[in-house]
Structures are given as structure tokens and as C-alpha cells.
Design a protein around this ligand. Structure first.
Ligand code: BTN
Length: 260
């Protein structure tokens, strides 16, 4: 695998047949002296983690689970709340762009889900370490459902899910998808401070100008999704056309005209 990726990725890639979580392994590697752009890849995760402490399902032989370790320089990140959003955007745009290389049409469901045909296919989990208010290390964890075996049982799904091969209609080598993603992460890394990243994200944003339900942890409300703000927040309009920016939360679509 390393030799198949050496021409696109300069740093060390550690492969594990089975591991708890590639993000945990990457955070441990950071403490043990990982270099910028080190990568952890696993065939199976026994304790894969998603957002909001949810479990992320990664059975052997069916998914892509990877974590990219980044040490952004001071010129690459501006301090402030947008940092984690930028890194999430980096991962989500990299996955979406890689899938487009297979002539698929992914959408990014704010903030961190990648959809194919409206079904969740991949997710991004960014974890960071800080020294005061300075970002030290970031781990960009990416999980992708590649073949049907990667899908969780129906009763564990919070949102309809699919896998790359079901939408594509044929199998793909996972190492080839990994290669495409690494190419896109390397390209996106160079754009961390540039408006290009927001534009690339916004261009693929799911449900634009559509009605959604947004749950910010306090309440769920109906809104029309407008787009992103300059910090990666979600701009929506609520009743009477009032605009609000959400910096966190979970969204799902509703049909126009629905009273829900
Ligand atoms: C989500 O949709 O909630 C994010 C899912 C992120 C899963 C990936 S798989 C690789 C990395 N290791 C983990 O434990 N989680 C991330």
C-alpha cells in the first residue's frame, strides 16, 4: 500500500488490520512525535467514533477509515472559532472531490457528512490539541462506506445511509479511493486559509434553498438553508425571513409545504 501511495503522499502511513479508532491512534502518535501529514489507516475499527460521541461502524474489508495528522503553521490558521470548521471543510471537500473523480455527485450535509443520492456515505471527525489559544495538532478522521458490508444495521441508523459501490454500481479498490482522497487532502491543505475552501464547500452544500429542520442541541426548528457564512457557520432564514447563523447543530431535510 505504501508504495502505491508514495508518489502522492510524502509522509509515513501506518496501516492496521484492526484497531480501536484511527483517530485515537493518531492522537497517541502525535504525543509520541508524529510528523506533519502522518496518516493512520485501518481495515477494521472496533471503537470507531463519530460526532457527538456516536459509534462509527467499520467492519473489516468494507470501509475506509483514516486519520490525517496535521500541524498547521501559524500562517495556515487564524485563531478563532473557524479553525475546526476549516479542518472539517478540508476533510469533507477532499472526500467529495475524490468521489467526483468516479463521476459521482456528492453533497456535503453541513457540517461533516458526505451524501450520495441523499444518503450518508462518509463522515469527518476533526479533533485538535491546543497550546493556549494556538492550535497545535489536528487529526482529520475520515470514514467512508465503500461496500455494502460497511453499513450499520437499520435500527442503528440515524439518517439513511448508502455506500460508494451501491451508487457506483461496481466494486472499487479501496486503496485507489484512499489515493484520490490523499491527493485532495494535499491540495486542500494548501488552501486552508483561502476563500477557495469555503467556495468548494458551498458549491457542494446539500439542501441549499431548501427547507430543513435544524437541531442546535437546545431546540429543533424549521428553516430555509441559505448557505455558509465566512466562518463556516450555516446561514438560514427562520420565520418572518429572519436570518440566523448556526455554528453547531444537526440538520435534516423536510419537504417544502410540510408542517413539521
Ligand atoms: C460522523 O459522521 O459522525 C463522523 C465519522 C468519522 C469516522 C471516522 S473513521 C476514521 C476516524 N476514526 C474514528 O474513530 N472516527 C473517524
Amino acid at each position: 500500500m505504501r508504495s502505491a501511495l508514495a508518489d502522492v503522499w510524502p509522509s509515513e502511513i501506518r496501516y492496521h488490520a484492526s484497531i480501536g479508532s484511527t483517530n485515537d491512534e493518531a492522537l497517541a502518535w502525535v504525543k509520541a512525535g508524529a510528523a506533519d501529514l502522518s496518516v493512520v489507516v485501518a481495515d477494521e475499527q472496533t471503537h470507531g467514533r463519530g460526532r457527538m460521541k456516536r459509534q462509527w461502524f467499520t467492519p473489516a474489508g468494507s470501509a475506509l477509515a483514516m486519520s490525517v495528522i496535521l500541524r498547521p503553521g501559524p500562517q495556515e490558521v487564524q485563531p478563532g472559532p473557524a479553525v475546526a470548521m476549516r479542518l472539517t471543510a478540508l476533510g469533507a471537500v477532499a472526500v467529495a472531490t475524490a468521489l467526483e473523480r468516479y463521476h459521482l455527485q456528492p453533497h456535503i450535509k453541513w457540517p461533516n457528512d458526505i451524501l450520495l443520492d441523499g444518503h450518508k456515505t462518509a463522515g469527518v471527525l476533526v479533533e485538535t490539541t491546543w497550546e493556549g489559544d494556538r492550535l497545535e495538532w489536528a487529526v482529520v478522521g475520515i470514514g467512508i462506506n465503500v461496500s455494502a458490508g460497511s453499513l450499520p444495521p437499520d435500527d442503528q441508523l440515524r439518517f439513511p445511509a448508502t455506500c460508494v459501490e451501491a451508487v457506483l454500481g461496481h466494486p472499487i479498490p479501496r486503496v485507489q479511493l484512499l489515493r484520490e482522497i490523499l491527493i485532495q487532502v494535499a491540495a486542500g491543505r494548501k488552501q486552508l486559509t483561502s476563500p477557495w475552501l469555503w467556495q468548494a464547500w458551498q458549491a457542494r452544500l446539500a439542501y441549499r434553498n431548501e427547507y430543513i429542520l435544524i437541531d442546535d442541541g437546545v431546540k429543533t426548528q424549521r428553516a430555509k438553508l441559505i448557505g455558509l457564512d465566512e466562518n463556516g457557520g450555516l446561514r438560514v432564514t427562520v420565520e418572518y425571513g429572519k436570518q440566523i447563523i448556526f455554528t453547531q447543530g444537526e440538520i435534516r431535510p423536510i419537504l417544502e409545504g410540510s408542517q413539521k
